[in-house]
Design a protein around this ligand. Structure first.
Ligand SMILES: Cc1cc2nc3c(=O)[nH]c(=O)nc-3n(C[C@H](O)[C@H](O)[C@H](O)COP(=O)(O)OP(=O)(O)OC[C@H]3O[C@@H](n4cnc5c(N)ncnc54)[C@H](O)[C@@H]3O)c2cc1C
Length: 405
C-alpha cells in the first residue's frame, strides 16, 4: 500500500511528491501522458522569487523579461515601470521537478490516467487504466481541465475562464505586449511574448469564446501590419477563477489548478500551486500518526492555504469583474493615468509579478485612483452588494499580503 498517490505530474504534483517522498513516505506519482511536461500549454512566465525559492536549474530559464507594455485600443503604449519576470521553458521545468521527485524516492508511472478514486475503510482504491492501486492518501494535482476532483466529491473552483494560445511572427516585438481591448477580451487581456530563437507566443484569457476572441486579436495585429505567419497548432484551455470551496474530503485532497490556486489577475498558477503543494506536504507530514494519518488534521490544509491566498484570489477576481464593465474610452483614460508621476511612483515601488493586492491597496489610497475605481465599481454593483463583496474578499484586506502570513 502507498502512503500517498499524487495524480498529475505538473509542477504542483511533482513538488508535492518530492517533499513527501523525501520525508520517507511511500509515494507514487501518476501521469496520464507518456512524457512529463508535454504537451505544453503554458506561456511560462514566472518571477525571480519563484525560481530562487525552488532552486530551479539555470537551464530552465530562457530570458529575463524587463519590459511589459500595456497597449490600448487606439494603440497608446504605456510601459509598466518596475515589473520584471522570467520566461522559462515549461517542459524543462516540469521534467526537472519530476526528476527531483524520483531522486527523492517517489515512483513515477507515466501514460496512466486515473479513472476513479474510491474510499474503502481507512484507505483509498485508485482505478487506473490497467490496474488498481491502494493508498492511505491521494492528492489530485490534475490541473484545470480534469473533472476527476468533482467526480470524487471535491468542489470545483467558482468559475473557469478560457484561454487560447498560438505561435505567430510579430514584427518589432521588443518586450511583452499586453493588449487591453474590451472588444477583444472584455475584463481581461491578450498578449504577445517574444521567445528568443523561437516564434513569439500570442495568447489571451476571456470569460468565454476564446476562439472568436483570438480571431479578433489576430485581426487587430494584422491591421497594424505586424503579424506574420502562424506556426503549429493553437490550443484552448481553462484557468480557474477563485479558490475551490472544498479542497479536502477525508483522505483525498486537491492542489494546484485543481483547487483553484492560480492567480485570478493573470492566470499564472505555477508559483502559487507549488507553494500550496508545500502547505499540503507540511499538513500530511504533521498528520502522520502511527502507521496512518489523522483525517481531522488533513482538513487543516484547506484552511491553511486559504488563509494565505484566498484574499489575493478573491480580490483579483472582483477587480476583473469590475473591469469587465469598463468601456474602451475609459480604458484610454485609465492608460492615460499611468503617466501621472504619483501613480508611476507607486507602480515602480510596488509592481510585483506574484503579489498584486498590496499594489491594488496602495493605488486605491491615491484619491485620483480611488475616485475612478469607486465610480467603475459602483456602476457594476449596487453599493450594498459592493460592500458585501468587499467584506467577503476580506475585512482586513487593506493590511493583507500573503507574504506576511
Ligand atoms: C495559455 C496558458 C498560459 C499560462 N501561462 C502561465 C504563465 O505564464 N505563468 C504561470 O505561472 N502560469 C501560467 N499558466 C497557468 C499554469 O499553466 C497552471 O497554473 C499550472 O500548470 C498548474 O499546475 P498544476 O500542476 O496544478 O496542473 P497542470 O500543470 O495542468 O498539471 C496537471 C497534470 O495532471 C495530469 N492529469 C490530469 N488528469 C489526470 C488523470 N485523471 N490521471 C493522470 N494524470 C492526470 C495532466 O496530464 C497534467 O500533466 C498558463 C495557463 C494557460 C492555459
Amino acid at each position: 500500500m502507498y502512503d500517498l498517490v499524487v495524480v498529475g505530474s505538473g509542477p504542483t504534483g511533482s513538488r508535492l511528491a518530492a517533499r513527501v517522498a523525501e520525508a520517507g513516505l511511500r509515494t507514487l506519482l501518476v501521469e496520464e501522458h507518456e512524457q512529463v511536461g508535454l504537451p505544453v500549454h503554458c506561456t511560462g512566465i514566472v518571477s525571480e522569487e519563484m525560481l530562487r525559492r525552488y532552486v530551479v536549474p539555470d537551464t530552465v530559464r530562457t530570458v529575463r523579461l524587463n519590459r511589459f507594455d500595456l497597449i490600448t485600443p487606439t494603440g497608446r503604449r504605456a510601459r509598466i515601470p518596475g515589473l520584471q519576470a522570467w520566461l522559462i521553458n515549461r517542459r524543462k521545468l516540469d521534467q526537472s521537478l519530476a526528476s527531483q521527485a524520483v531522486q527523492r524516492g517517489a515512483e513515477l508511472l507515466m501514460g496512466t490516467p486515473v479513472e476513479a478514486v474510491k474510499p474503502v475503510g481507512h484507505h483509498l482504491d485508485l482505478v487506473l487504466k490497467d490496474r488498481r492501486v491502494t493508498t492511505r492518501l491521494c492528492a489530485l494535482a490534475t490541473g484545470a481541465m480534469s473533472t476527476l476532483p468533482q467526480r470524487c466529491g471535491l468542489k470545483s473552483p467558482p468559475a473557469f475562464w478560457q484561454t487560447a494560445q498560438l505561435r505567430a511572427e510579430v514584427a518589432d516585438l521588443a518586450g511583452v505586449e499586453v493588449y487591453l481591448e474590451q472588444s477583444i477580451t472584455p475584463g481581461s487581456f491578450s498578449y504577445a511574448v517574444p521567445v528568443p530563437g523561437e516564434t513569439p507566443l500570442l495568447g489571451l484569457i476571456t470569460r468565454s469564446g476564446a476562439w472568436p476572441a483570438m480571431h479578433r486579436f489576430l485581426e487587430r495585429l494584422g491591421k497594424s501590419g505586424r503579424l506574420g505567419s502562424m506556426v503549429g497548432k493553437a490550443t484552448c484551455r481553462r484557468i480557474p477563477m477563485g479558490p475551490s470551496p472544498r479542497s479536502v474530503r477525508g483522505r483525498l485532497m486537491a492542489v494546484g489548478d485543481a483547487a483553484g490556486q492560480a492567480k485570478t489577475t493573470t492566470g499564472g498558477g505555477i508559483y502559487f500551486g507549488m507553494m500550496c503543494a508545500d502547505l499540503l506536504a507540511d499538513t500530511i507530514l504533521e498528520a502522520r500518526s502511527g502507521g496512518d494519518f489523522l483525517p481531522a488534521r488533513l482538513a487543516g490544509y484547506d484552511q491553511r492555504w486559504k488563509k494565505r491566498f484566498r484574499t489575493e484570489l478573491r480580490a483579483g477576481y472582483l477587480a476583473r469583474r469590475i473591469f469587465e464593465h469598463v468601456d474602451d474610452r475609459e480604458l484610454e483614460e485609465l492608460a492615460g493615468m499611468l503617466e501621472d508621476p504619483e501613480i508611476r511612483g507607486v507602480l515602480a515601488r510596488e509592481a510585483d509579478y506574484d503579489c498584486h493586492l498590496p499594489l491594488m491597496n496602495s493605488l486605491l489610497r491615491l484619491p485620483s485612483v480611488r475616485r475612478v475605481a469607486l465610480n467603475l465599481a459602483g456602476r457594476r454593483f449596487p453599493g450594498a452588494t459592493l460592500m458585501a463583496l468587499l467584506r467577503r474578499v476580506d475585512p482586513g484586506a487593506a493590511r493583507f499580503s500573503w507574504r506576511n502570513t
